[in-house]
Design a protein around this ligand. Structure first.
Ligand SMILES: *Cc1c(COP(=O)(O)O)cnc(C)c1O
Length: 458
């Protein structure tokens, strides 16, 4: 399997190159040259999440790794999960909550990032090189990236945290790591400032040693998507008895939804994919009224979905709406965000076959948390609650809904304090955070100061 850019510039790339490169040269996103087909009957009978993943991952890695190498990485990639089969499932009437928060940072991002980090390390060992991971985070990406990379001594992680809306638990998950290859940089600026600094660093690369990789851990890295495709097939493995599976997914950068769509293209039977967002509604405006245009970010109680543009959305436009026409895709996205995207009516209407969307504000999110807690004694995190709404409206005996639970509620204690709900369980991953000392390196949004810090710790 080889890969190419959604904008047509990069072609015939092997897995290891796109893993290490992240974004394509032309600014596009990497896509597999075709969708591998999975034998869905075989998936039904598999005994564990890892066995399911072993049926998925090798399809994408075959251009760079032998089957045995991939299998060995898959067997060892995911670590420190509290659930024996990694993913939990809690069924409430016609809704199953797919609990993806049992990993070491208590959010679903452990699935994508641990797999990516294991492959990073494999390439670095084979080539005897080292790497810098540089990322910006508004919430859960940073801690998952740090945790996934910290045990690999060839990788040093520098993660920028903006001033802003992340919860104290989220911040402490990054600032209390006592490891000499991990640095949390507190930037006096917004998330967009941090992302701009990361972009500039990827262009200038003036702080790297010769032969050193600069790795991107943001959600456009294809290997993160691969790690996430696995749990959609696992959901089928566990829930295939229900006819008509629908997935409702709380989303920001569209990575998790694109993984679901990928699973669909690989043969997973899916009725509807429900795209659920908070007040940051660019995706809802697109699916609801064909308007994909950038607006200001609003702070919400589901901060990991507070985005102004959804970086993985280009992949869906390219594959689903434009039937893989690279020049049309390049035209649309080279002009974005200065020009918003509006598809022609017939092209846009294709969405009706597979997608719907909803935007859920903070008040409604809180009501959903209350209601599910009161009636079912089950606590949803605020991101998951956003996706619960559509499931509560549309689930029935004939239409089972799977809601993706992307974070553990204990990451957002303030939300429950306000609702008067006691958080009774804290996962091991989050214990002791408030007793540890924080180690934050403070910077203004200044490229030279930040990169000279990186050079001197490299
Ligand atoms: C990152 C994140 C999301 C959004 O995921 P995308 O793949 O960017 O759509 C949702 N919920 C939580 C808890 C997250 O950390």
């Amino acid at each position: 399997m080889l890969f190419h850019s959604t904008r047509g510039g990069d072609k015939d790339k092997d897995f290891a190159s796109i893993l290490m490169q992240g974004l394509a040269e032309d600014g596009g996103l990497f896509m597999p040259d075709h969708w591998p087909q999975i034998d869905i009957e075989k998936i039904k009978g598999l005994p564990s999440f890892i066995e399911v993943a072993k049926e998925i991952v090798p399809h994408f890695t075959s251009s760079s790794f032998t089957h045995e190498e991939t299998i060995s990485i898959v067997e060892n990639a995911w670590h420190d999960f509290e659930h024996k089969d990694l993913v939990g499932i809690k069924t409430i009437e016609n809704i199953s909550v797919l609990e993806l928060f049992h990993g070491p940072t208590a959010a679903f991002k452990d699935f994508g990032l641990q797999l990516a980090a294991a492959f990073f390390n494999q390439v670095l060992e084979q080539e005897d090189k080292t790497a810098i991971v540089l990322g910006a985070t508004s919430g859960d990406t940073g801690s998952a990236a740090i945790d996934a990379c910290r045990s690999y001594s060839r990788i040093k992680s520098f993660i920028m945290l903006p001033n802003g809306n992340m919860s104290e638990v989220q911040r402490r998950q990054m600032s209390t790591i006592a490891a000499d290859n991990v640095f949390a940089l507190r930037i006096n600026g917004t998330f967009d400032d941090c992302q701009d600094l990361v972009k500039q660093a990827f262009i200038q690369r003036d702080f790297l040693q010769s032969d050193q990789y600069l790795l991107a851990v943001n959600s456009i890295n294809w290997t993160r998507i691969v790690g996430q495709i696995c749990y959609y097939f696992y959901a089928y493995n566990q829930l295939a008895a229900h006819q008509n599976l629908n997935f409702s997914i709380p989303t920001g950068n569209f990575g998790n939804v694109f993984a679901c769509y990928s699973a669909f293209k690989m043969g997973l039977p899916i009725n509807i994919i429900s795209v659920a967002v908070n007040d940051n509604d660019i995706l809802h405006r697109f699916f609801g009224s064909n308007d994909y245009s950038k607006k200001q970010v609003h702070e919400t109680i589901s901060p990991s979905m507070d985005i102004s543009v959804a970086s993985n959305f280009e992949r869906l436009v390219y594959d689903f709406f434009l039937d893989r026409n690279t020049s049309k895709c390049a035209e649309l996205f080279n002009n974005f965000p200065s020009q918003g995207i509006e598809l022609d009516e017939t092209t846009w209407s294709k969405k009706n076959k597979l997608f719907n969307s909803s935007s859920v504000n903070d008040a409604a999110t809180q009501e959903i948390i209350q209601s599910i807690f009161q009636h079912h004694h089950y606590l949803l995190d605020p991101h998951t609650a956003v996706a619960m709404q559509e499931a509560m409206v549309s689930a029935s005996d004939k239409n089972h809904f799977v809601v993706l639970a992307t974070a553990h509620p204990a990451k957002f204690p303030d939300v429950y304090k306000k609702l008067g709900i006691d958080l009774t369980q804290t996962p091991t991953a989050l214990r002791g955070l408030f007793e540890k000392t924080e180690q934050l390196h403070h910077f203004d949004s200044n490229y030279d100061q930040i990169t000279s810090f990186i050079s001197s710790h490299n």
